[in-house]
Design a protein. Structure first.
Length: 395
């Protein structure tokens, strides 16, 4: 993983910069995640969503039994209804496993996880329908392959959804009827200490979504300089004390234990927030960076335009502002035909509108009561228009 082209951010110059709320997005970049290219672009929007808050809730709230969340798909009914272009799914009688809608078509679950959304979607599809599922995680892929062995409509792709177009082309598919994705880390990944995502359970400092390939966080920490590390913590964890924490991390003798890493961050952090572990934002930042999560989101969204049929549905769940902002701005750009780069032009060009007016919904009180990890989730959805795709407009 090359870091030679990385341009460090300047150190904050005012006291207000260092004492601001670490969960605020002010001053954060809108750049794609890439180990070799990060742009210093100030963020103009503050969003209250927080992936790190979600993880803190999941790991610090002793009143919650983690095992109860293993198979809880967030916004389940709403997402499946959205990807089918429905306001809601029809109610099913208890014990009725028959397909309720018998809809044909080709659909994609871009983040299979443990298959909660996929299974409910399959119950609405006809026998001639197809469901293509993606995931980076080998454990999730094993679950998906088991489902595929039981249901011939399911096709499994062990890769990032950033490979959407190419992976579907390999199956002879050029367009689909619906795309759905549930972004970010999953409960089973957090709950498995060996994966390295948790700062409350000991394990190797790995944090890779796909443990079969790529560089672990521990390997990266051995190589990275403290200036670059500080920028990653600031850029992708919105950590205001990034430089202080980075110096402490780089003074560690080894990076073999997540608990040891979390303790070092905890000791270095000067401004603890009640109810949130001081290592929350730093762990988020390293995970997002090492997995190129935001870059993958950008690539996936851009590919949704040519891959969706006219009338096709896009439904994406996000849990923190860095992801949600990207989805919001992408849909605004391509539903209104208003591009930021055109704002100062005397005669802005007429841009295509690839999506209908997007909608956003959050979880119900009942869902957040049952599953606290759902409380920071947002589902954004839109319908593909019949406007012909022009390759230069998908960014």
């Amino acid at each position: 993983m090359s870091l030679s082209k990385y341009k460090p951010k300047p150190k904050p110059t005012s006291k207000s910069d260092t004492k601001a709320n670490p969960s605020s997005n002010t001053g954060m970049s809108e750049s794609m995640v890439s180990p070799s290219s990060m742009k210093n672009v100030p963020t103009k929007e503050v969003n209250q969503q927080s992936d790190q808050t979600t993880q803190a809730l999941s790991q610090d709230d002793t009143m919650v039994d983690d095992a109860s969340f293993v198979h809880d798909a967030v916004l389940l009914q709403e997402t499946v209804a959205a990807v089918l272009g429905l306001k809601s799914l029809p109610k099913q009688t208890d014990g009725n496993d028959q397909n309720s809608l018998q809809l044909s078509g080709i659909y994609v679950d871009a983040t299979f996880g443990r298959g909660g959304h996929s299974r409910l979607l399959l119950r609405q599809l006809a026998d001639d329908a197809q469901l293509i599922v993606f995931d980076k995680d080998p454990t999730a892929i094993n679950v998906a392959r088991k489902l595929a062995s039981e249901d011939s409509r399911v096709h499994v792709i062990h890769d990032s959804f950033a490979t959407l177009t190419g992976s579907l082309a390999a199956l002879g598919i050029t367009q689909v009827d619906g795309l759905m994705a549930d972004l970010g880390i999953s409960s089973p990944q957090i709950d498995d200490g060996s994966r390295g995502f948790s700062f409350m359970r000991d394990g190797a400092v790995d944090m890779r979504m796909d443990t079969s390939r790529g560089q672990s966080v521990a390997e990266w920490l051995e190589q990275v300089d403290d200036e670059t590390l500080a920028n990653v913590l600031y850029e992708f964890g919105e950590e205001r004390h990034s430089r202080r924490i980075a110096r402490a991390i780089k003074q560690m003798d080894s990076y073999e234990s997540t608990l040891e890493l979390a303790e070092v961050i905890k000791a270095a952090h000067p401004n603890w927030q009640r109810g949130k572990h001081p290592a929350t934002q730093s762990f988020q930042a390293m995970r997002i960076f090492i997995n190129n999560e935001l870059g993958d989101v950008d690539d996936f969204l851009a590919q949704s335009i040519p891959i969706l049929k006219p009338g096709g549905q896009l439904a994406v769940i996000s849990f923190h502002s860095l992801e949600d902002r990207r989805i919001k701005q992408f849909l605004q750009r391509h539903s209104k035909g208003q591009y930021p780069e055109d704002e100062n032009l005397p005669m802005p060009p007429k841009r295509p509108r690839y999506f209908s007016k997007p909608k956003r919904i959050g979880p119900s009180k009942a869902e957040t009561s049952q599953n606290p990890r759902a409380r920071s989730a947002w589902l954004r959805m839109a319908t593909r228009t019949d406007t012909a795709y022009q390759q230069t407009d998908a960014s």
